[in-house]
Design a protein around this ligand. Structure first.
Ligand code: ADP
Ligand code: MG
Length: 698
């Protein structure tokens, strides 16, 4: 007992380990730790998952047949009739207005809990039985004398419980913390702001989230706490961005009319309006000494590479180097080839660094990069992160393709602070653009260049497979090319009937399309072999390219107008859309055939969306909905704090508001030194300071 007394004298603080709380010993502390709750602050944010709203108890004499009622009464007597066909446990309870019969069928197990003299709270529907109002099979709680008059014990939050820690136990442990919520929690915002934003006070929100007086107040509490969570996240992003922009400098790149037209002359077409808008954004950024930090979004084939090359040439025109990084070697090679096409006979020196570069060849290349002789370096992220030294790196283009997030970007940027352009081909739903990529400015290419034929997508089942082959054969005879994509390289026993590229390649080559050239491409092939096959496909020497998802990214062969995706139910929506982006690159009509046999609901909705929509943003939104933000977007993975109550899908309005307000705050008070920002600055440093690399804000 002395131990408990000592515990209750400790002054609570948010950073105090939960173990020092009354009712928590080492064993429970361990259970809490598994739930992500280490400190009192964590416990406060371990929000209930559900809430009970029990009406205030009524008196027994107010019971009316067929009405729901809650009453509190003392158990006068009990009786268990086990001999009946339906064994029955019965209790008579009383309050100061009367007595009422309560029965539970098959209630034998209640004999130990419901002993005469105990006070219970029961709620359920009153019914007439033999002219008496009684409760049948009601829910109940045994409550102690002391609490019999307050409803606090039985309504309010319900926690995600486990067999080792029940919701009631958690409630008991958190109760003393909540009593001190006034000391523990401080207000972030001033009254005017809260009024304008329609937010209740922070202390109130904590009190109500645990013990909401009614549904409406619960909603207000949730709203406030969600807002705070999103606001802190956005503030972190705003500060990180501010830091990059103001504490590092990049080379300014002037874009004169002369330079602009010199660059544009490289392109055999007029740039689209969207491309021009993006270029204007980029040139504006690069003209400043604050490093650019921009995300260029555009569907596959929308013409991002051209925009990136413009930026690279702008750096080069200003006597700086540019690096273009891709997630895979194939894609890096692809970038190199398209760039070569535009730079033919140009004096701009460019190089593709591949894993095949070793020894003398590599050293020579590195020397030329170091001396500044080479202007544009293209390679994978891994290659460029290595020991390469630049003479004057002015621009880094990262073709992200959703493969890495904020964290890696931050690491990359440590080396130097060139202007940074991140490209992504998977359209990012607005919510993600504001969170995972929330520290970047965004430019979007919405419309693809003109002269793109329609892409028709069909879901083909077993019955129609032969017909589909016949159709493809006809297209091949018309000198079109086709991709066949498989989920696997080779067959695996356990994988059931999933078709694999290697086996199917033989079948297609020998049985289905014997009169055409059918070749295989997959990720485990040697680099040189992959390059050879890609180049022959590009030249039209290969009719059918059988592959795994290595063609997912960056391949640009306009004459390929057919895309067959085998086992299409095994691919995610984003990936299906990426794959389909390989076709529809010429004026001819293209066809995407999804081969799949599935009854699975999610897979079915994915395939249906694919046949219905070609709009990358629409597809991305569906994807996010189908998969849930948790899977597609782990905040942790992106170096952001976990969200405990807010949900970026459902709380978009709050997210937008939080973002606007956070960025405004940093604009006005970048170091958050104003006294009125003290609490929020402390919260930011306390909780996420390190994760966001903001230690130096203090
Ligand atoms: P992304 O990188 O967004 O996938 P690319 O820049 O590779 O797209 O462009 C896809 C195709 O469109 C390429 O063949 C390219 O030559 C062509 N293209 C790009 N911009 C234009 C334009 N403004 N007009 C016509 N064709 C264009
Ligand atoms: Mg591209």
């Amino acid at each position: 007992m002395t131990e408990v007394n000592e515990k209750s004298q400790i002054r609570l603080s948010l950073s105090m380990p939960v173990q020092y709380l009354k009712g928590v010993g080492p064993a429970r502390a361990e259970i809490f730790a598994k739930l992500g709750v280490e400190t009192v602050g964590d416990l406060l944010e371990y929000y209930p998952r559900d809430w009970n709203f029990l009406p205030e108890p009524s008196k027994i004499n107010q019971m009316r047949p067929n009405e729901n009622i809650t009453v509190v009464g003392m158990i006068e007597s009990t009786d268990y009739q086990s001999y009946r066909r339906q064994p029955l446990f019965e209790a008579l309870i009383s309050d100061d207005t009367g007595v009422c019969r309560v029965v539970w069928f098959h209630g034998g197990y209640l004999r130990d809990q419901l002993e005469p003299g105990r006070i219970i709270l029961v709620w359920g529907k009153a019914m007439l039985y033999k002219h008496q109002v009684q409760l049948t099979n009601p829910k109940f709680l045994v409550i102690d004398q002391e609490h019999s008059q307050s409803s606090e014990h039985f309504s309010g939050g319900v926690y995600p419980a486990s067999s080792r820690l029940s919701s009631t136990q958690i409630k008991r442990i958190i109760a003393p913390v909540l009593e001190n919520v006034d000391d523990l929690v401080s207000e972030y915002y001033d009254k005017d702001f809260m009024k304008k934003a329609d937010l209740i006070g922070r202390k109130e929100a904590f009190a109500w989230i645990y013990m909401p007086p009614d549904e409406q107040k619960l909603a207000q509490a949730k709203r406030r706490l969600k807002y705070d969570e999103l606001f802190l996240m956005q503030l972190g992003l705003a500060l990180r961005r501010h830091k990059v922009q103001h504490y590092s400098t990049a080379g300014t790149c002037k874009c004169t009319g002369e330079i602009d037209s010199r660059i544009r002359r490289r392109f055999p077409f007029l740039l689209t309006e969207d491309q021009n808008d993006c270029i204007a954004d980029i040139a504006g950024d690069m003209g400043r000494s604050q490093p650019m930090n921009r995300l260029l979004q555009g569907d596959v084939g929308s013409g991002k590479t051209v925009v990136a090359l413009y930026a690279a040439l702008l750096a080069v025109a200003n006597k700086m180097q540019a690096a273009i990084m891709a997630p895979t070697e194939i894609l890096a090679g692809q970038h190199f080839i398209s760039i070569e096409r535009y730079l033919r006979k140009s004096s701009v020196e460019r190089i593709l660094i591949t894993g095949g570069f070793t020894g003398k060849k590599r050293n020579e290349a590195l020397d030329k990069i170091k001396s500044g002789e080479i202007n544009i370096v293209i390679g994978t992220v891994a290659l460029l992160q290595a020991d390469i030294e630049f003479r004057n790196l002015g621009l880094v283009v990262i073709d992200e393709q959703h493969k890495f997030g904020v964290h890696q970007r931050a690491q990359l940027r440590k080396q130097a602070t060139p202007h940074c352009l991140v490209m992504t081909a998977t359209p990012i739903p607005r919510t993600l653009a504001m969170t995972a990529f929330g520290d970047l400015d965004v430019s979007i290419i919405k419309h693809s260049p003109p002269g793109r034929g329609a892409v028709i997508t069909r879901w083909v089942d077993r019955k129609n497979r032969q017909k589909a082959y016949d159709f493809i054969r006809e297209r091949l005879r018309a000198k079109k090319q086709a991709y066949f994509v498989y989920p696997r390289i080779t067959t695996i026993e356990q994988a059931g009937d999933v078709k694999a590229a290697t086996d199917e390649w033989k079948y297609l080559a020998e049985k289905v399309f014997p009169e055409f050239t059918v070749e295989l491409l997959h990720g485990q092939m040697l680099s040189a072999e992959k390059q050879r096959i890609m180049s022959e496909f590009r030249k039209g020497k290969i009719d059918v390219l059988v592959s795994t998802v290595v063609v997912e990214v960056g391949v640009d062969v306009p004459n390929a107008t057919i895309m067959v995706i085998e086992g299409a139910d095994r691919f995610g929506l984003a990936q299906l859309h990426q794959l389909r982006g390989r076709i529809g690159r010429s004026e001819a009509k293209s066809y995407c055939l999804l081969f799949a046999e599935t009854e699975n609901e999610t897979a079915t909705s994915r395939l249906e969306i694919m046949t219905r929509s070609n709009d990358g943003f629409e597809i991305a939104e569906h994807d996010l909905r189908l998969r849930g933000p948790g899977e597609m977007f782990s905040t942790r993975q992106h170096g952001l704090p976990d969200l405990k109550i807010a949900n970026i899908l459902d709380d978009l309005d709050l997210l937008v508001m939080a973002r606007r307000n956070a960025f405004e705050m940093v604009e006005q008070d970048p170091m958050l030194v104003n006294t009125e920002h003290g609490n929020i600055r402390r919260a930011l440093l306390d909780r996420f300071g390190d994760a966001l690399g903001l230690g130096d804000v203090a």
